[in-house]
Ligand binder design. Structure first.
Ligand code: MN
Length: 502
């Protein structure tokens, strides 16, 4: 038996990189691997070396780094692939061949006997070169059960160290994988991994069912990346194991949010806002009833504390926000309205919400200043207008007119594109006045098509280390970016003005 802790085999750099449209450089691969090792994964599947020279180079860089985690690579049951693994300097190979009739007939064009022969050859060849071997029967969950078990038994007898059940097209149910793992457990002692895909949204549930019936390891990816609908998401799997099943693992869960964002940025795949654990909304509250509950005791509407996974709770000043939520946001800025003032603020803020506008924190503060007659928390930056010249073979240039601290100012700058030019122009004033800079810029599209809604998130920081984030969406990427930047600057300046006067 391997250790009682559930092993986390991370395949972000292999299956995750096979996400449609994703491809990363060898240097980016190394950076992700370093983060995965910090996170505490037991195995990093670093790639599929036979695919390209760049892939092989990326894997070699990871091996050279001598991370405190196992590094493994993928290989078909053919000599070129296993030699390519050996060439990378790894000591652990994950070799696979399909065992389902549909794959054998239409893809491999091989009989069961030929598949068995290839599998055994690969395990023996890899073992004879000193490699640790994990054997995957691709499409295991759609394979003839008796043949599948014969293959697993035979590779075990040939020296495979671990066997893996890939639910290649996400076709398994928790019940089926439970019975399959139990049967394998009763027939052999080889440690069992599972590799579940999310085509029916069951990847995490299937992985957990497998662990509960005797598997010791699951293949997972950061943000659930992977072919088609992706693999079991590491964050969801680990947190469910820990919180719902009291299972042990080696993951430093307080790093989950950070690595999720890092991988999202590196791979260019936006995390859906309502994704469990790591989605932007996973610890956000807008409705009055929920906000009230959470402010009294967070466990009323949060299953776990956001800090556990390296996050913070946030309250939205939208039209569903109740008095308690709005008051909490204002208090966070040091503003204490009377009951009557609070009532007026909420009325005005709901008005905006009913017009379909999402109310930002700085707008809420602006409303509060209007109601309370206190100019110190008015928005400090007010945009008048801007224009941009962009095209091909010209330098994108932006001119911005705004009022900052009561002064009318004009700034212009050039950039690599229109967004860059506009944000640089605003930053010129922001840096000048309050040392505020952009720390992070993210762009996602909410809908498809050339008129897609763009969603921009900007994180800005000042010299005192205050960081705020602002999100804006709209059909025009440049307008949304400019609005998000102005809002972020306002939030930071208000925070500074209000707190320094306390
Ligand atoms: Mn896969």
């Amino acid at each position: 038996m391997e250790s009682q802790k559930v092993r986390i085999f991370d395949t972000t750099l292999r299956d995750g990189e096979q996400t449609p449209g994703v491809s990363i450089t060898p240097e980016q691969k190394l950076n992700v691997a370093i983060k995965l090792a910090e996170l505490g994964v037991d195995t990093i599947e670093a790639g599929f070396p036979v695919v390209s020279d760049g892939e092989k180079e990326g894997i070699k860089n990871i091996v050279k780094q001598k991370l405190d985690t196992e590094v493994c690579v993928l290989a078909r049951t053919v000599k070129a692939d296993i030699d390519s693994a050996l060439d990378c300097g790894v000591d652990y190979v994950h070799t696979f061949i399909a065992t389902s009739d549909i794959h054998m007939q239409y893809k491999l064009k091989m009989s069961r006997e030929q598949v068995m022969e290839k599998a055994l050859w690969a395990v023996e060849y890899a073992k004879s070169h000193g490699l640790k071997v994990e054997f995957s029967a691709e499409d295991a969950t759609r394979s003839d059960r008796k043949f599948l078990i014969d293959v697993f038994k035979a590779v075990t007898d040939s020296g495979a160290d671990r066997i893996d059940i890939p639910d290649t097209v996400g076709y398994s149910t928790p019940e089926y994988i439970t019975s399959l793992v139990q049967e394998l457990r009763s027939k052999m002692n080889t440690p069992i991994s599972v590799h579940c895909h999310n085509d029916f949204g069951l990847a995490v549930a299937n992985s957990i069912a497998a662990i509960n019936s005797g598997a010791s390891c699951a293949h997972v990816t950061i943000n659930g990346l992977g072919e088609r609908a992706g693999n079991a998401s590491l964050e969801e799997f680990v947190m469910a194991l820990q919180c719902l099943y009291s299972k042990k693992h080696n993951i430093k869960v307080n790093l989950l949010y950070e690595i999720s964002k890092f991988v999202s940025n590196t791979m260019g795949v936006v995390v859906q806002p309502n994704k469990a654990i790591i989605g932007e909304n996973a610890f956000g509250h807008e409705s009055g009833i929920h906000t009230h509950g959470v402010l009294n005791n967070p466990l009323t509407y949060e299953p776990i504390s956001p800090e556990l996974v390296g996050r913070k709770r946030w309250l939205q000043a939208g039209k569903h926000a109740g008095a308690h939520g709005i008051r909490a946001i204002l208090i966070d800025f040091g503003i204490q309205p009377t009951e009557e003032q609070l009532h007026k603020i909420i009325e005005k803020q709901k008005d905006l919400g009913d017009k379909g506008k999402s109310v930002t924190t700085s707008q809420l503060l602006s409303i509060a200043s209007e109601v309370m007659g206190n100019t110190k928390f008015e928005e400090k930056f007010k945009l008048y207008d801007f224009h941009i010249i962009t095209g091909m073979n010209i330098i994108p240039t932006a001119v911005i007119r705004l009022n900052a601290h009561g002064k009318d100012l004009v700034a212009s700058d050039t950039g690599v594109g229109p967004v860059d030019a506009a944000l640089k122009a605003i930053q010129k004033i922001a840096v000048d006045m309050a040392n505020i800079r952009i720390r992070e810029y993210r762009l996602g599209s909410i809908t498809g098509g050339s008129d897609a809604m763009a969603e921009v998130t900007i994180k800005a920081e000042d010299l005192d280390g205050n960081v705020v984030s602002s999100r804006k969406s709209g059909e025009d990427v440049v307008v949304a970016s400019v609005e998000a930047m102005i809002d972020a600057v306002n939030k930071l300046m208000l925070r500074k003005v209000l707190y320094s006067k306390n």
